[in-house]
Design a protein around this ligand. Structure first.
Ligand code: CAO
Length: 658
């Protein structure tokens, strides 16, 4: 029995990587390749496997620690690893060839990757990428411990012209990834290491050799027929039945040599097929969704210059079976071609943005799955590249906006037809003035309420002759008190009394759609007209306050509102709102419910009117009021009772004492 210190293996040069999970406890028996800890950088996370089986004697790190290659992780008691009881050292995948034989319970392989029974660890190099140098790694698709099949994407590379997924050359388990996003790589650079399911490296090396010795490619030619020439699908790396995802031109379009005609896409890559010649598109033989292979006719171009040879050249002679599993070539090329520089350039350099959109194939695919027009998505990646997150955020925004109704501001709206833009300047002089924040908020709130709340409004003329007599009689006293007694405090008090008498109006609909919230407090908002727009301060506990107190508070709140000094808290918590246009005039209006409240009282200007008292017409001071309510929460009978009660109290304010 020997005790070994298991250290952090080669983690691609990353330093001070955080331990985010400890996968074992002291006393645990672990098998070779069992996860000891998980490390995470801001770009990737990786499981660190145990290089051999044994029992955990001590854990030398804790969650949150920062480690680098060589940092001790655990002490492992292992059998048969030298019986002298010495403490030895090991990493899960030592880089050095000088490690003793006894430490090779877990397969360890160097670049050339010698085979061992039951599979071997091999290096995965960057394959032929068409001669490009220093190509950026924009995505790491796998992490240590992942099982991959031949052809699964390992990383995505991107130049300013092309993006390409680099597939695994064979099936197996990823032991380590040597790259991180942002790294620059060229052919031959180490992507990582994998433990193969079987087979030997010699085989792989052989295949690699055979593929790299692939014969040179022959130029493909567009069939020419005088001025009009057929444009066939060029060499697309041997892929068959590739989907046409976009037809970029239509009959009659003028195209220059190199302009995109169509865009093809497999599940791994997308590529634009450029016109081999300049001229006029005479016909297009394809449509979106068609499946094409090399040689299929794209259409006919009436030439004005250029040559057929401008079409992507290269026709691989390599046998499919040889190259398919031999090299990690860009996916588009692996089925048949050798991945020689010419081919890689032909295919991969066209793996790009359709139109003005700069996005990789995986992002394009996601965009198509979600029905997103990538041209509308703002790219946050390097050089404005659209990332998967950008696409998701774009969709999330749309969904959130449509669910909240927040985006349905004046002129817009979910399923509501848009109000078409009008050029008012055509009809006379205009000035376009920016809306204040309050006005925009009001517009949002009104739209939300108008679209969500089924409104009912009912009207009445209330005889406030006695109330007005009483109020006029108090005017002198109000002056002495330094305040002003308008009809508003009476209205506040009357509404509070009605809300207490008819609690069906003192509710809000619960957002779950299943419940009503019955309020046990009575806070009432009053709409105040200010230079910046409409605001609604809330007077709290109206039922507990007297007329003088309400008069003072209404004055204070109205002043604060006009001075723009209301706090957010002073505009929240209302149960009901009063909107009084009494000072301005008018004989009635439909107030809009200040949702989530369920009712609002509109007050218009009181007027002396002849009223029939049963035997004669008498002059009475009549106040027009209108009550709007949310018919989802309040039914007509409740509203009728509330309104009658309110009118009764206003007609005889002594009832407020009852
Ligand atoms: N009928 C007749 N006269 C009325 C009246 C009515 N319904 N309401 C108020 N008046 C009188 C007042 O008594 C006062 O006259 P006196 O000085 O002779 O007493 C005069 O009109 C001015 O009143 P006021 O406006 O100073 O005070 P108020 O308490 O009536 O109103 C406030 C305060 C803040 C509600 C009001 O100033 C305001 O901003 N109203 C606009 C609200 C609004 O824009 N609503 C529309 C919302 S859209 O849905």
């Amino acid at each position: 029995m020997a005790t070994e210190t298991i250290k952090v293996p080669d983690i691609g040069g990353s330093e001070d990587v955080e331990v985010i999970e400890i996968g074992v406890a002291v006393g645990d028996t672990v098998e070779a390749e069992g996860t000891l800890v998980t490390l995470e950088t801001d770009k990737a996370s990786m499981d660190i496997p145990c290089p051999k089986g044994g029992k955990i004697a001590k854990i030398l790190v804790k969650e949150g620690d920062k480690v680098s290659e060589g940092s001790p992780l655990v002490e492992l008691e292992s059998e048969g690893a030298g019986d002298d009881g010495d403490t030895q050292e090991s990493t899960s995948e030592p880089k050095s060839e000088e490690k003793s034989e006894s430490k090779e319970a877990a397969p360890k392989k160097e670049a050339s990757g010698k085979s061992s029974s039951g599979g071997s660890e091999v290096d995965i190099p960057v394959p032929d990428i068409g001669g490009s140098e220093g190509v950026e790694v924009i995505e790491i698709c796998v992490k240590a411990g992942d099982e991959v099949s031949e052809g699964d994407s390992l990383i995505v590379l991107e130049t300013d012209k092309a993006s390409m997924e680099i597939p695994s050359p064979q099936g197996g388990t990823i032991s380590s990834i040597a790259l991180k996003e942002g790294d620059k790589v060229s052919e031959g650079d180490l992507i990582g290491k994998m433990k193969t399911a079987g087979g030997s490296d010699e085989e792989a090396t052989e295949k690699e050799t055979s593929s790299s010795e692939a014969p040179a490619e022959k130029p493909a030619q567009a069939a020419q027929s005088g001025g009009a020439q057929d444009v066939p699908v060029p060499d697309i790396g041997g892929s068959e039945g590739v989907e046409v995802i976009e037809v970029c031109v239509k009959e009659g379009d003028e195209v220059s040599e190199g302009d995109s005609l169509i865009v093809l896409e497999t599940d791994k890559a997308s590529m634009e097929i450029p016109s081999p010649v300049s001229g006029k598109v005479k016909s297009i033989a394809l449509k979106e969704g068609d499946k094409v292979s090399q040689g299929d006719k794209i259409g006919v171009v009436e030439t004005t210059g250029g040559s057929a040879e401008a079409a992507p050249k290269a026709e691989a002679d390599t046998k499919p079976s040889e190259s398919a599993s031999s090299k990690a070539e860009p996916a588009e090329q692996k089925a048949e071609s050798s991945g020689s520089p010419a081919t890689a350039t032909a295919a991969s350099e066209q793996v790009i943005n359709s139109g003005d959109v700069y996005a990789g194939p995986a992002v394009r695919k996601l965009g198509r799955q979600l029905g997103v027009d990538l041209a509308k998505v703002k790219g946050s990646g390097p050089r404005g590249r659209v990332t998967k997150d950008d696409v998701r955020d774009y969709v999330k925004n749309i969904v959130t906006t449509s669910q909240s109704g927040g985006g349905a501001v004046a002129g817009a709206g979910g399923a509501i037809p848009r109000v078409p833009p009008v050029d008012f300047a055509k009809f006379g002089e205009i000035e376009t003035v920016k809306m204040s924040k309050i006005k925009k908020l009001t517009a949002d709130n009104m739209t939300r309420s108008w679209l969500n709340v089924p409104h009912v409004t009912q009207w009445d003329d209330v005889d406030i002759t006695e109330m007005e007599n009483f109020r006029q009689g108090l005017k002198a006293e109000a002056e002495k008190r330094g305040t002003k007694l308008t009809p508003l405090p009476f209205l506040l008090k009357a509404c509070a009394s009605a809300l207490a008498a008819e609690p069906s109006f003192n509710v809000s609909l619960h957002h779950d759609g299943e419940h009503m919230v019955q309020k046990k407090y009575i806070h009432i908002g009053m709409a105040v007209d200010t230079p910046n727009g409409l605001v609604v301060p809330v007077i709290r506990d109206v039922d507990k306050k007297g007329l003088w107190e309400l008069a003072e508070e209404a004055l204070t709140m109205a002043k604060k509102a006009r001075d723009g000094k209301l706090t957010a808290a002073e505009m929240q918590g209302g149960c009901f709102t009063i909107s009084s246009l009494g000072a301005m005039g008018g004989s009635g209006f439909t107030p809009i419910v200040n949702t989530p409240e369920v009712g609002i009282l509109g007050v218009s200007r009181a007027q002396m009117k002849p009223v029939w008292n049963g035997s004669e017409f008498v002059p009475r001071n009549m106040l027009p009021i209108s009550l709007s309510y949310d018919h989802r929460a309040v039914n007509g009978a409740d509203a009728g009772r509330f309104f009658t009660y309110l009118s009764g109290v206003l007609a005889d304010v002594r009832r407020l004492l009852l």
